[in-house]
Write a protein that binds this ligand. Structure first.
Ligand SMILES: Nc1nc2c(ncn2[C@@H]2O[C@@H]3COP(=O)(O)O[C@H]4[C@@H](O)[C@H](n5cnc6c(=O)[nH]c(N)nc65)O[C@@H]4COP(=O)(O)O[C@H]3[C@H]2O)c(=O)[nH]1
Length: 685
């Protein structure tokens, strides 16, 4: 794999330089050998010629014993030529002298010409260093050998000429290579490096997402153009997916901060705006108002005209409210029919009251929905920063409390949070606001208490009892919040939430092969005003897979007595649809026998206040006995609530009461513990 190569220029130099050197070496060596062989041939030819002409010149002189003359000629010859040595052996003279007569000249390495001395070893050695030796016999006119002529050619002209040739060839090769290198550099610059530089410059010039601002130039050789093209298409697709991603992010962001139906700020964004509004108010020393607006009886619109109409109402009201606020203010929908306005930059509280009046008026104008005119009012609670609270949570709680006050005091009005309210009233209002929030945030859960047949020991069913699992306080029992829910109108939503969750658990247990029996749920009498009650219950059943015959609704005797005629009508409808009805807290409401006879009830639940002091309290004992007798007489099932001791159980058994719900058997338990309670022993282990 190729990793981390150096710059292209370095690469080119690295490639070109050795190429130049190799070319230089090759060309020099070629030229050298060429020159050498031609020079050698030239030297050879000249030496042969010289030898021949000397031979013919001096042969007569040798015959005539003209030693001086032929020595002179040899001297002249060596002086005029570059020969290394010219030597003659004179046979005639040798005969006369009785020893070899050898004469001639040598040219020393420094170029000096000396007479040749045959006995001088330096001269002999000099001859060995000459380039080539040529020899010829000198013949007389009668063709007798009268001597021999030796010519030693010199390598000095060869060396000089080779040196010249070598330097010339090196120079020209160098020039050629330099020219080629320049050409190569220019070509690579024009065709390769410049387009590459432009690509790199285009890639380097990026926007804030890291993508190039301009398209990558498609220039240079085919490969580079293809590279630039594929980079451009890659950048385009990255840009497109970035755009898609951004759009998705915007959508998610919008969904996270805005209400889908009205497009208003949702709870999250509202909280942010409220907090930053408080910070601004603190910095600039002005007041801020928080208005919590709740539509009166909005649920009726949904129940009678359907959710579509309800949505239209909310949208129309949003349009009206949007026209009332300034650009600095925040209008939000916290859910359902609850709107808020954060009004900033106030000098005094009156400005908030003025806005509240305008809101009441704007909402109160008739609304045309599905060709019908609807009249909807609202209740508004106002809290003021810094007068009523410092934190957003505090202000919201107080505005909620003030809104509940407006509702409790007749609706269609606004109330300012009033710190002069009594501690109890404030706590009540605050608690009510918290309960409203708890319902929205799903903090209520059903607990289940078994109803036992004391003759058989069988579980006949469970009563679902609401528990508020508050993140701040932990488990809150119904004694604290049911009366509050009843007064504030939250009880209907609370009941339905508990019923829906209980049905879900029951249906799950049935699916798992467990047998939880009958589910008893508490139903506040306010539901009787709701014409869609049965439909709502049926919807809840079909959503969870819960069967009608498993359901029993408990209504308290006291509540029935408030509007007895309405109650009879709704109970009959419930009964006709196959739902069982239990009369709760029996004995506390002074209902008449004739009235009970008209009710389609299946079960009487004796209130725990009559069981508590059994069997010692004789008055309670006789009441319980007569209630049991009454139930038997009317053919109703009877259940005693609140049995805690064995004596109480025995008393109930002896007096023919068949069913008990009490701590003696089990306390109300959360769903997981109930499931365990239902699971047969071996499996439970
Ligand atoms: N001391 C004692 N108490 C026993 C014993 N056995 C059962 N209880 C308690 O008696 C109450 C029976 O429920 P209830 O009469 O319907 O009385 C209920 C019911 O009227 C109301 N409630 C509870 N959940 C709901 C609900 O979801 N909707 C409505 N509308 N009311 C509910 O709140 C009331 C109180 O509920 P809890 O506090 O759960 O109190 C439960 C239960 O825990 C016992 O042996 N000793």
């Amino acid at each position: 794999m190729i990793k981390r190569l150096p710059s292209l220029y370095l690469l080119l130099v690295g490639l070109v330089l050795p190429a130049i050197l190799v070319t230089l070496a090759l060309s020099a060596s070629f030229n050298y050998h060429q020159a050498k062989s031609s020079i050698l041939m030239e030297v050879d030819r000249e030496s042969q010629n010289s030898l021949k002409s000397l031979n013919s010149t001096i042969s007569g002189l040798l015959e005539a014993y003209a030693v001086n003359e032929y020595e002179q000629i040899l001297g002249n010859e060596i002086a005029l030529t570059p020969h290394c040595a010219l030597i003659v052996e004179d046979f005639n003279l040798s005969k006369i002298l009785g020893s070899q007569y050898i004469t001639g000249y040598i040219r020393s390495s420094s170029g000096k010409i000396q007479s040749y001395e045959p006995d001088n070893p330096a001269h002999k050695e000099h001859l060995n260093s000459c380039l080539q030796r040529y020899q010829t016999s000198i013949l007389s006119n009668q063709d007798e050998a009268i001597g021999s002529l030796q010519l030693y050619s010199s390598d000095q002209p060869l060396q000089a000429e080779l040196k010249d040739t070598l330097s010339q060839s090196l120079l020209s090769a160098l020039l050629t290579c330099v020219l080629m290198a320049i050409l190569l550099m220019v070509l690579s610059r024009v065709f390769f490096i410049t387009p590459l530089d432009q690509i790199m410059a285009a890639i380097g010039d990026t926007d804030k997402t890291g993508l190039p601002n301009k398209a990558i130039p498609e220039q240079g050789p085919r490969e580079l153009r293809a590279l630039a093209r594929s980079m451009n298409s890659m950048i385009t697709s990255v840009r497109l997916s970035q755009r898609d991603l951004q759009q998705e992010k915007d959508t998610v962001n919008h969904m996270a901060h805005f209400d889908a139906l009205t497009g208003l700020a949702n709870r999250t964004l509202f909280n942010d705006r409220l907090e930053s509004g408080i910070a601004r108010a603190q910095r600039h020393h002005y007041k801020l108002a928080l208005l919590v607006i709740d539509l009166d009886h909005f649920k009726r619109v949904n129940d009678s005209l359907g959710h579509n109409a309800g949505d239209q109402v909310l949208t129309l009201i949003t349009q009206r409210l949007s026209q009332l606020i300034r650009s600095d203010d925040t209008l939000a929908r916290l859910g359902g029919d609850e709107f808020t306005i954060v009004q900033e930059g106030l000098d005094n509280t009156d400005e908030a009251c003025y806005l509240a009046q305008r809101v009441l008026h704007a909402i109160g104008q008739p609304l045309e929905v599905d060709n019908q005119l609807l009249y909807i009012n609202s209740s508004i609670g106002i809290s003021i920063y810094p007068d009523n609270g410092q934190s957003s949570a505090e202000l919201l709680m107080q505005a909620d409390a003030a809104m509940n006050l407006a509702k409790n005091e007749g609706r269609n009005d606004y109330r300012l949070f009033d710190s002069s309210l009594t501690q109890d009233a404030q706590e009540w209002l605050t608690m009510e606001a918290r309960l409203r929030k708890a319902l929205q945030q799903d903090e209520l859960e059903p607990f289940f208490q078994p109803q036992i047949n004391i003759r058989t020991g069988q579980i006949e069913g469970f009563e679902a009892l609401a528990r508020w699992i508050s993140p701040e306080e932990g488990l809150i029992s119904p004694g604290r919040f049911i009366p509050l829910a009843e007064q504030s109108g939250l009880i209907e939503a609370l009941d339905l939430q508990i019923i829906q969750k209980s049905m879900q658990h029951f249906a799950d247990w049935h699916r798992q092969g467990l047998n939880p029996g009958i589910l008893s749920v508490n139903l506040n009498a306010r539901h009787f005003q709701n014409p869609a009650l049965i439909k709502t219950l049926q919807d809840l059943m079909s959503q969870s897979g819960f069967k009608t015959e498993w359901l029993e609704v408990e209504v308290t005797e006291t509540q029935l007595m408030t509007k007895p005629e309405d109650a009879i009508q709704v109970l009959n409808q419930l009964h006709d649809s196959g739902i069982r009805i239990a009369l709760d807290d029996f004995g506390t409401g002074y209902s008449s026998l004739s009235y009970i006879k008209r009710l389609p009830i299946t079960k009487l639940k004796i209130d725990q206040s009559f069981i508590r002091d059994l069997p010692d309290d004789s008055e309670d004992a006789s009441i319980v006995r007569s209630v049991i007798a009454l139930a038997k007489h009317l053919g109703l099932e009877i259940l005693a609530e609140g049995a805690e001791t064995e004596q109480q159980i025995n008393f109930l058994l002896n007096n023919r009461c068949d069913r008990v719900q009490g701590y003696f058997y089990a306390r109300p338990m959360p769903a997981d513990a109930t499931q365990l309670y239902l699971t047969p022993e071996p499996v439970r282990a």
